[in-house]
Design a protein around this ligand. Structure first.
Ligand code: SAM
Length: 190
């Protein structure tokens, strides 16, 4: 019932690291078509399906249109790199804050490996800047990157801001792809 196979990557990562817990607020960047948001809605109990645990919140953002999903709020046709987007995100999140930031964002690939790599790293670095305004202390960030020369720059920036940073290559990622994820936990706060 997931909108995209990418759901299985997030399920695999979350089964291992338990980032998405009931009651948490999640920002899902690059959310279209919405599979990660589906997983997040279930795991944070955004619909209040389980009355025994706290109810969470899911906000998805994408350049593309995202079909409505029960339990999630979407900002469609929204560029995470646009300076006005931070305000829009803050106004949708409960108290303007998130506990978890997910990014499965991917720019349109040119096929030039190094260029695509750099574009995605830049996108992640921009998101990291935004995270300083919205991420709760001890929060977590999971972001996709394509391996290449500047991955270290992103990794060291994450290490400055989070106590625990690890690199994850999910089984569910195609073996031939250069994609990996950084999971950064325990945000130090400003
Ligand atoms: N995680 C999604 C899911 O499970 O349904 C799949 C995400 S797809 C691999 C990558 C998405 O990143 C695309 O929908 C693309 O439009 C989005 N994206 C790329 N650059 C973006 C940007 N600057 N702002 C917002 N979304 C962006």
């Amino acid at each position: 019932h997931y909108r995209c196979r990418s759901a299985f990557k997030l399920l695999e990562i979350d089964d291992k690291f338990r980032v998405l817990r009931p009651g948490l607020s999640v920002l899902d960047c690059g959310a279209a078509p919405g599979a990660w948001s589906q997983v997040a809605v279930e795991r944070v109990n955004a619909l209040g399906t389980d009355p025994a645990v706290p109810t969470g919140f899911v906000l998805g953002v994408d350049l593309l249109r995202i079909s409505p999903l029960e339990g999630a709020v979407f900002l469609s046709q929204t560029d995470i790199a646009d300076p006005s987007t931070l305000r829009a995100i803050q106004s949708q999140l409960p108290l303007g804050k998130a506990d978890v930031i997910l990014s499965d964002m991917a720019p349109n690939a040119t096929g030039i490996k190094e260029l695509d790599h750099q574009k995605l790293i830049r996108l992640c670095l921009g998101l990291l800047d935004i995270s300083q305004s919205i991420l709760n202390p001890k929060g977590a960030m999971l972001c996709k990157f394509w391996d290449g020369s500047e991955a270290r720059v992103l990794q060291s920036r994450l290490k400055e801001q989070f106590q625990d940073v690890r690199t994850i290559k999910p089984q569910a990622s195609r073996k031939d792809s250069a994609e990996s994820y950084y999971l950064a936990r325990l945000y130090r706060g400003k």
